[in-house]
Ligand binder design. Structure first.
Ligand code: ZN
Length: 258
């Protein structure tokens, strides 16, 4: 049995009713991951582990914030040609996010953020947020683009890549769930060249035949920790300010430039 962590627990599924009552939580973050092939060296839950680690980092720093159970399925049809990738339809994810947020709202929580750590998820998550605003007037903070944001924030210290199953994802798994990373099997691959203004909606295999890219062998736990801290440092002041304004700032105000 795992020991209770020394830092206060913030993940809902690991707390009792008493823990939650004592925590005085008034905010929630929903992390969304994926079940997707990440080569021989990283687990299928890489994006889920990353989403949870980033959400926990933010929640601990922000305070009074619960991390809802991380969704471990996402929209991954563009990776379906790779073995054991499991995908939701975009509309299924939209409906799941809607149901989860409406459940949380039933308990009086209206300060809600959604954190996506996989490229197929932001559009359906945003779709849910837009319809929730339309129906309930609730303003949801959308957190995404962690690789681009960390790359910018850590420039000069760490060279954060934008790859799938590359260096930065290896680092996040080494930080969040080290027992699942097979760095011994990581072989550095050419960079897939993300970050261009044009992206193609289709099969990932067409761009990256092996299904993974980047310098995974160069990942490290230290880089993973730096990524989590950098994202928290960007997101938390923004959310604190939002909190000070009763979680209402209007659309288009962005805390992350990715
Ligand atoms: Zn990934």
């Amino acid at each position: 049995m795992a020991l209770r962590p020394s830092t206060p627990e913030v993940r809902l599924e690991r707390m009792t009713g008493q823990d939650v009552a004592e925590g005085g939580f008034d905010k929630a973050i929903l992390p969304i991951g994926a079940t997707e092939y990440h080569g021989p060296h990283l687990p299928y839950g890489t994006d889920t582990i990353g989403a949870e680690a980033l959400a926990e980092g933010i929640a601990r720093e922000l305070g009074q914030t619960i991390v809802l159970p991380t969704l471990d399925y996402g929209v991954s049809f563009h990776h379906i040609e790779f073995p054991w990738t499991v995908s939701l339809r975009p509309e299924t994810l939209t409906m799941m996010v809607r149901d989860i947020i409406e459940s949380v709202m039933a308990h009086g929580i209206r300060k809600i953020a959604i954190l996506t750590a996989h490229d197929g998820n932001p559009p359906p998550a945003e779709s849910a947020a837009r319809s929730l605003y339309q129906d309930h007037g609730i303003e949801i903070a959308m957190i995404g683009g962690w690789q681009g944001a960390a790359r910018k924030a850590l420039a000069g210290t760490w060279d954060i890549d934008l790859d799938h199953a590359g260096q930065s994802e290896m680092s996040l798994v080494l930080y969040g769930a080290p027992e699942m990373a097979r760095i011994d099997l990581a072989v550095n691959q050419p960079n897939q060249g993300m970050g261009h203004p044009v992206s193609i909606v289709g099969s990932f295999k067409g761009t990256v035949p092996k299904g993974y890219s980047g310098k995974a062998a160069d990942g490290s736990e230290e880089e993973g920790e730096a990524i989590v801290k950098a994202i928290a440092a960007l997101v938390v002041p923004f959310l604190r300010d939002l909190d000070a304004h009763d979680w209402k700032r209007g659309s288009w105000l962005s805390g992350i430039d990715s």
